[in-house]
Write a protein that binds this ligand. Sequence first.
Ligand code: GDG
Length: 460
Amino acid sequence: MSRLVVVSNRVGPVKDAARAGGLAVALVEALTACGGLWYGWSGEISNDSDGRLRMTQDGDVTLATVDLSEQGYDQYYNGFANRTLWPLFHYRLDLTSYDRRYYETYQQVNAQFAEGLVPLLQPNDLIWVHDYHFLAFGEELRRMKCDQSIGFFLHIPFPAREVFITLPRHDKLVEALFAYDVLGFQTDRDRRMFQDYVSRELGGEVWENKARAFGRTIEVRTFPIGIDTRHFVGASESPEAVNQYTSMREMLKGRHQIIGVDRLDYTKGLPERFEAFERLLEDYTDIHRKVSFMQVAPVSRTEVEEYVDIRQKLEGASGRINGRFAEFDWTPLRYLNRSFSRHQLAGLYRASRIGLVTPLRDGMNLVAKEYVAAQDPEDPGVLVLSRFAGAASQLRSALIVNPYDVKGVADAVYDALHMTQQERRDRHQTMMPDLLAHDVNIWRDNFIDAMRSIERREAA
Ligand code: GDG
């Protein structure tokens, strides 16, 4: 069996994988099965160019990490990755920085990381590269004469052509993507957006799951990422989840809870969500005291200015909403910048009548899937889901909303609060089989199979 090499921005943790959740667990399982290698950034910044590669053995998995220089951290990680590609691919041209230096450093860092990996590679390795930090990684490996099968999975959306071409040197980035053998996208829409760019902008050929340009034909496929559904169902029945569930229900005193769980990020539509909750309270006074909204939002990317701004905005909005509507025995909105363990999270989901997941744009959104999986099948809650989350293409029995339409979201939440138990059960029952059939393990196996079939074809 070929060895699997996973390349991702952050590596591990192997031992803590269960705590970190579905994706880490799935990758660790596949890496363990073949004595694999996991390679990426150490999370450290150092300007010391000697011996920056750190190797550790963790069970059957080898971890190899490299530090970033200060310049790499500023211009590659906080710069091109998080201030250019992240906002642009989420359609936030207003927040996108088009600084050429960022692009140059991004290329350099991709080249340095690739250089660090080459000596560790074996001839039959399958190399699986993850996400927008490493669009150019495969091309750098090819430059260094790597002929292994290399796949790339994009966790975030691929934008519409008209948005993507605002990026100077967009063609260079796509040329780099043609160095991969398999390109994986979250949804058919993302895949088609990529193919549309290739045919209209580059004059390349596209058909079914293929794209041809720059003299190469590559596989272009949809692999919707899943959660570890069975494990999550189990987690929602664990003692820790039951504790969390019980104390939450006691605290709610018969009120219904709406829950939101998101990294604090401007793509997640949090200001619009708070506004929709405010509109709900304005328009439907009959639900005052009967419902409360808890938003869990651990902070992320605190060094990027736009993340500081959104935090301030939300603090203002939550103060305003509670100031307007709270009573001495009712706090309508609880906004928490902290994180919970996965088991506690499962208990919180289960204790909540509504899961409110309204990103303005999202590659998939795993929270939507976790919320559904954590429900009690006999008395499940309702998922209210943005049409702009990749998950909306699978979770069709959710109440699908347009997150920009504040009144529409408020009305959907009101409908969800009044939905009959039978309808809630029916909707839940339609979504669960799909979540079980398309879990994170299937996602991983399908991607690895796609890379293997390339390997076999080339060997034939
Ligand atoms: C990117 C793409 C795509 C959140 N708060 C806590 C916590 N979380 C966990 C959730 C969930 C994960 O973080 C977030 O995943 P999402 O998919 O919702 O969003 P991104 O972080 O933006 O992920 C996204 C994903 O990659 C995978 O391909 O779906 O579209 O943007 O698992 O549960 N976990 C714990 N405590 C918290 O407080 N333990």
